[in-house]
Ligand binder design. Structure first.
Ligand code: DX5
Ligand code: ZN
Length: 232
């Protein structure tokens, strides 16, 4: 049994104050966020619209950790260069977003970002089996993408299957959607090491009163670490 992987918490700014992203990003990082998860939505691949490369470029100076950009867009390829230039550290594309995911992931790496591949709840783990040598991360969605605050879909078996396919490759398994201190243990035990959380991090706090952000981040992290024997 390999040593458990350190747990990373990646708050999603989809649940932040859209009128105050700079302060919100600084607040969650000051309160313990390991990554900043940026949900890009196009109103076509998912039934919501958020922001594009100019907004991501505006976020960049405020992010001191890792800007983890989740592209819920189709097509992806025409926008890779723009998001890489905007400063995305990780660019994750959905395997469902087009017919050429292998080429898309090669293009993300060629543009200078770290590639990730995402799976919707209805897509089996096998869909990413042939691109695991091209990615630094597999994102397993535990909600149908488009909105924060949705109910967790139990994708624990899929997380386990993805972790098994990854084997000893240095690839993160990120889980995204409905992650809370209650659901974090099962996803961490199944092999997830990066936990995205929006509503469960931002609830009860604000950029003026960020302490609840820290309390919420610690609660999720400790639940996951306890479940994987990394905390007593
Ligand atoms: C949904 C996004 C998620 C979402 C998570 O399409 O990809 O990152 O913001 O929000 P919560 O944690 O509230 O489910
Ligand atoms: Zn996301």
């Amino acid at each position: 049994m390999s040593a458990p992987r350190p747990i990373r918490i990646a708050p999603s700014i989809l649940s932040a104050d859209f009128a105050d992203f700079g302060r919100e990003i600084r607040a969650i990082e000051d309160q313990g966020a390991d990554w900043v998860h940026v949900d890009v939505m196009d109103g076509h691949f998912v039934p919501n619209i958020t922001f594009g490369p100019p907004a991501v470029a505006a976020f960049r100076p405020h992010v001191k950790t890792v800007m983890d950009v989740h592209l819920m867009i189709a097509p992806v390829d025409p926008y890779i260069e723009a998001f890489a230039r905007a400063g995305a550290d990780i660019i994750t594309a959905h395997v469902e977003a087009g017919p050429h995911i292998h080429r898309t992931l090669q293009a993300i790496r060629a543009a200078g970002a770290r590639p990730g591949v995402a799976l919707n709840p209805g897509t089996p783990a096998a869909a990413v089996a042939d691109v695991l040598d091209l990615v630094d991360l597999v994102l397993v969605m535990s909600v149908n993408p488009g909105f924060g605050g949705q109910k967790f879909i139990d994708v624990t078996d899929k997380i386990r299957a993805v972790r098994a396919l990854i084997g000893d490759r240095p690839v993160h398994v990120e889980v995204d959607g409905g992650v809370t201190p209650e659901t974090a243990p099962q996803v961490a035990r199944a092999g997830a090491d990066v936990l995205v959380a929006g509503s469960a991090v931002f609830r009860g706090g604000s950029a003026d009163d960020p302490a609840p952000y820290g309390t919420n981040i610690r609660a999720i992290r400790q639940a996951a670490e306890f479940a994987t024997g990394q905390a007593v």
